[in-house]
Design a binder for this molecule. Structure first.
Ligand SMILES: Cc1cc2nc3c(=O)[nH]c(=O)nc-3n(C[C@H](O)[C@H](O)[C@H](O)COP(=O)(O)OP(=O)(O)OC[C@H]3O[C@@H](n4cnc5c(N)ncnc54)[C@H](O)[C@@H]3O)c2cc1C
Ligand code: FES
Length: 234
């Protein structure tokens, strides 16, 4: 389907796009879409949804390479191609008897912010880490944690995490490893980021080895119980 950009905000490293869909969609937290650029429709890449209301999807894009740069250069009224919703909603994969601290690194915060909006009763607290304060130009949140102002976000996590809480994490591989090392006995769900081709389980391009055999991050994830994953990629 298609969507028209109705609002764009941009900082040095990130951009936020609000996109009005031309058709109905029902997308739940943790699901993602494949976006393709209007001039390069053959190439598409996965992006989570930070909000969905009244037919408007909000994307939060980290500008890391060619595709994300092209996205950040789009203007209001430009049309995007959107395939989705894809992936399994977080709610279908987590233990609903626990309350969670949501931990996001950079654009990993995206799906968690939408999760908190839809399931506030499952959330104990939130912690969204960004490297530098330039993010404040386009995005403010009460749980924003800026590394250069406040140090290591995992030290802060120590102070808010309660015995009974689980963790839902989405962020860099480095933070993922640090979290697993620090809390080996906690219930931790990790949203995995893999390069994706089709986004729907066809190309077998996003495998992850689990206790239940080889799974595809796009079709069976992106969220996995950390105890289920056998190989963590660097
Ligand atoms: C399920 C899923 C959901 C995603 N949701 C989002 C989202 O909401 N917002 C978003 O910005 N990205 C998201 N991503 C990542 C996004 O798809 C990639 O950042 C994008 O494909 C990069 O394309 P590119 O051509 O700009 O950069 P590439 O040329 O593909 O990558 C350039 C360099 O950046 C590195 N890189 C790639 N992604 C990241 C990253 N996220 N952070 C730091 N370095 C990175 C690559 O390893 C490479 O070295 C998601 C990925 C998955 C699998
Ligand atoms: S991206 Fe094609 S199988 Fe996952």
């Amino acid at each position: 389907m298609e969507g028209k950009i109705i609002l764009k905000k941009i900082s040095k490293e990130y951009c936020i796009l609000k996109v009005k869909l031309t058709e109905d969609m029902n997308i739940l937290p943790g699901q993602f879409v494949m976006l393709s650029h209007p001039l390069k429709k053959e190439l598409s890449k996965p992006f989570s949804v930070m909000d969905f209301e009244d037919g408007v999807l909000t994307f939060f894009v980290k500008i890391v390479g060619k595709f994300s740069k092209l996205l950040s250069e789009l203007k209001e009224n430009d049309i995007l191609n959107i395939k989705g919703p894809l992936g399994v909603p977080y709610i279908n994969k987590i233990d609903k008897n626990l309350k969670y601290v949501l931990v996001g690194g950079g654009c990993g915060a995206v799906s968690l912010i939408y999760f908190k909006k839809i399931y506030p009763n499952l959330v104990e607290n939130e912690l969204y880490g960004f490297k530098n304060s330039s993010i404040r130009k386009i995005f403010e949140h009460k749980s924003l944690f800026i590394d250069e102002e406040s140090g290591n976000p995992l030290d802060k996590l120590d102070t808010i995490l309660k015995e009974k809480n689980g963790i839902i994490f989405c962020g860099s591989k480095g933070m993922q490893k640090a979290l697993l090392n620090k809390y080996p006995n906690k219930k931790i769900y990790m949203s995995l980021e893999e390069n994706m081709g089709c986004g729907e389980g066809m190309c077998k391009g996003c495998p992850v080895m689990t206790t239940n055999g080889v799974k595809m991050v796009c079709k069976d994830g992106p969220l996995f119980d950390s105890k289920e994953v056998l190989e963590w990629k660097d």
